[in-house]
Design a protein around this ligand. Sequence first.
Ligand SMILES: [Fe+2]
Ligand SMILES: [Fe+2]
Length: 213
Amino acid sequence: MPARHFTPVDRLLMDAQNALATVLGSAHAERRNPGDAQPDVVLEEDERRHAAGLMRVNHVGEVCAQALYAGQAAVARDDRTRTQLLAAAQEETDHLAWCAERLRELDSRPSLLNPLWYAGSYAIGVLAGLRGDGWNLGFVVETERQVEAHIADHLQSLPEADGRSRAILATMQADEARHADQAEAQGARSLPPPVPTLMAAASKLMKTVAYRI
Ligand SMILES: [Fe+2]
Ligand SMILES: [Fe+2]
């Protein structure tokens, strides 16, 4: 059977469908939620609220990753790079779905600003993608390393009793480290200053806002 050829309009429609599923929190995981193996402990109210704030930040981080990879894939020149970006986005879909599930368990909700986070990250992804494939991979490395670092912070900060959120974050942390290593092995170029600093500043703003809204 010949490979299906997607026109630019097909791609735009697929991107729009992916964006809607991401923003509305209806993404489906392919792997089992790592939190399911942990007991569902009822947390103190202030602990529950803190855990929900952190998991909302993690959910937004995954919304941004989806958007960034979709934006980069939309303009990637090389088919191999595009395929690699879309494969990375698939594992991120598991993270997205697990964080959304945990937010529901914690009687909370995803960020109300998700459409905004998605649009901003998609635009950054397109800009990065237009600079060429070495840059694309460089962005993947930088994004994954930053996500990995903030997950490490959250693992310190989460209530001790919240084993479910902890199990989800531990799996995500290992996945993100692997994504960064793979992109590095494929010839990512390191991003020149001030790009990593700007990305860190944007992510700090996102974390502060998404913890609450
Ligand atoms: Fe992720
Ligand atoms: Fe990742």
